[in-house]
Design a binder for this molecule. Structure first.
Ligand code: HEM
Length: 554
């Protein structure tokens, strides 16, 4: 991962080089504040997060040192469950607590569509203003049947409904996920066979996950052409990923061009793949409905391409949509699998327990003797689920954002139309009263936090203790995948993909921890911690590498 100096350093570099721009930004923020200040009389006035340079400091800190911003926000949240601050000239209401989380995921007045219009479409999909406007004009809702009063909108002017259909049907429905997971399992099983049976190999977990595993994940979803046409694609993706927060929060290109260069490089490669696919794929042929084919890989990629192309969106925009999917797929799952492998490799007892559990999920074909992982079984294993949940809890830091479409009230606070609502998964997930247990504080990993033991009789009548998966707190306080209508459409696939990798690895390899290193290979004086430069944007990757010795058993 190519990362610049720390965020604060970057902030100061940017600020020093662009002092006039900084002043201009301050002035603009003040004007925007004067115009957009909500006038509705609030029943309760939430406390504010102090802004040492009004309307500027918090915005800069939120983007460039999000972890520190969250720490300050947490202190204010100790006094009230809703706090306010200004982000790029917009009022934000940051909410916490079980009831408020339930509220924001259930409310119809708070939408994710507004976030797509402001952030997702212009900054990630790279839509032109007129393209974004097409979505903005469509008030007919995300369901197949238009909302009452919008029936006059012709199908070709409906945009939200096809977006939800393509993303949610082709990524979430079991009959569409299964072939993707089968393809992934097959590609991943083949990929590990390059390691000779019975020989110890010294490996970097960082390289394994960010190169070999990411390659497998991308080839599965997008087909092999994307990497064949762009040999540097993985590098371009991880550099893009390292700048994601700056791109998402829309720091202007003239102020900070490097993220835009990274984004152009990455998306140009996708455009090349897209052009080749559109030219060579026979949409009318037998592969038109195939679950997997080599040009576009899975159906989700093909259907997303087809929908946006047929609807007349520019190639650049279609590439942006596919790039967002590459990002959504890998930016979160790869750090999660990396962390779990680190936990297993540093704790021999945990590795042993997981290995014993995983063995139950393999089936042997009586005719051929072939041993295969039953993915349905592996995703239901209690200990592995607990380890996965614990990793998401501690290593995912998402800013869940919603736009207030109609004046609303949350926890007694009146909130004006146009305001933003934020909920931070990291704050919810390390809340001591919610997750902490004696001897196991909330901010520490404990593999068995989400396990309860029950007693059952085995076939011989003996009582035996059995693990069951049971989340340690209310699921409403756990939202690594967001919630409500826009909940992550890839969450089931992510779980299947991660469990498939882990199942195959622990069953087929002996593993031993060797040492912690920095990414340049030099020894590290401490184990990995979460790289907080990714705070607020998704999974937090480790800031150190782990060197291991693995030996393939079969
Ligand atoms: C550990 C893995 C993952 C995490 C933690 C994660 C988390 C999230 C979150 C928090 C959101 C926003 C939801 C909201 O605001 O309520 C989201 C959206 C999304 N995720 Fe995931 N995700 C993961 C894996 C994946 C995978 C594997 C895919 C695809 C293969 C995927 C595809 C998407 C897409 C397409 C969206 C945007 C949906 C839209 O535009 O409406 N995600 N994800």
């Amino acid at each position: 991962m190519e990362l610049n100096a720390g965020y604060l350093g970057t902030l100061f570099d940017v600020a020093r080089g662009y002092a006039p721009a900084f002043l201009l930004t301050t002035l603009l923020a003040l004007i925007v504040f004067a115009i957009t200040r909500p006038r509705a009389g609030a029943a309760l006035t939430p406390p504010s997060i102090r802004d040492p340079i009004p309307f500027v400091f918090n915005t800069f800190q939120f983007v460039f040192n999000n972890h520190k911003f969250m720490k300050r926000a947490t202190q204010v949240l100790e006094h009230a469950p809703i706090v306010k601050f200004w982000l790029a000239g917009k009022p934000v209401f940051l909410v916490a607590g079980l009831k408020n989380y339930q509220h924001i995921f259930a409310s119809r007045d708070l939408t994710y569509n507004g976030i797509m219009l402001q952030i997702g479409f212009p900054r990630l999909y790279r839509m032109s203003k007129t393209e974004v406007q097409r979505f903005a004009n469509d008030r007919s809702g995300h369901k197949e049947t238009p909302l009452p009063g919008t029936e006059h909108i012709p199908p070709e002017k409906r945009y939200w409904a096809p977006k939800y259909h393509v993303l949610y049907d082709f990524l979430s429905r079991p009959h569409h996920i299964k072939p993707i997971v089968d393809e992934f399992r097959s590609q991943f099983s083949q990929a590990v066979e390059k390691y000779p049976v019975g020989e110890w190999t010294t490996l970097s977990i960082d390289k394994l996950t960010r190169e070999d595993f990411t390659r497998c994940a991308i080839t599965t979803l997008f087909g092999p052409k994307i990497l064949e046409l762009n040999p540097d694609f993985l590098d371009a993706f991880w550099v893009f990923d390292s700048y994601a927060s700056v791109l998402v929060y829309g720091f202007p290109e003239w102020m900070y061009p490097a993220p835009y260069r990274a984004s152009n490089r990455f998306l140009d490669m996708i455009e090349k793949y897209l052009e080749a696919g559109l030219k060579n794929f026979d949409w009318e042929g037998p592969e038109g409905e195939a679950q997997w084919e080599p040009h576009f890989g899975t159906r989700i990629t093909r259907e997303l391409t087809k929908w946006l192309t047929d609807a007349g969106f520019r190639r650049k925009t279609v590439a942006g949509a596919l790039g967002t999917l590459v990002f959504a797929q890998n930016s979160n799952t790869i750090p999660v699998v990396t962390w779990i492998l680190m936990e297993l490799n540093k704790d021999a007892a945990l590795l042993k327990a997981v290995r014993e559990e995983v063995a139950e999920a393999f089936v042997t074909d009586s005719a051929t003797g072939a041993r295969t992982l039953d993915v349905q079984k592996v995703v239901a294993l209690p200990l592995l689920q607990s380890v996965f949940t614990e990793t998401l809890r501690l290593r995912v830091s998402m800013v869940i954002m919603r736009v207030v479409e109609e004046p609303t009230s949350i926890g007694g606070v009146d909130i004006a139309k146009g305001s933003l609502i934020h909920a931070y998964s990291h704050i919810a997930h390390i809340h001591e009263e919610t997750w902490g247990l004696p001897g196991h504080p909330a901010d520490q990993f404990w593999a068995e936090r989400h396990i309860k033991y029950v007693e059952e009789r085995d076939q011989t009548g003996q009582l035996r203790r059995k693990r069951e998966f049971a989340m340690a707190a209310s699921p409403a306080c756990f939202f690594p995948f967001g919630g409500g209508v826009p909940i992550c459409p890839g969450r089931q696939f992510a779980k299947n993909e991660i469990f498939t990798m882990l199942g195959i690895l622990v069953d087929r390899f002996d593993m031993e921890f060797v040492r912690w290193t920095n990414f340049d290979g030099s020894p590290s004086d401490r184990p990995a911690e979460s790289d907080q430069r990714f705070s607020g944007i998704g999974s937090l990757p480790p800031d150190r590498d782990m060197i291991v010795r693995w030996k393939r058993i079969w």
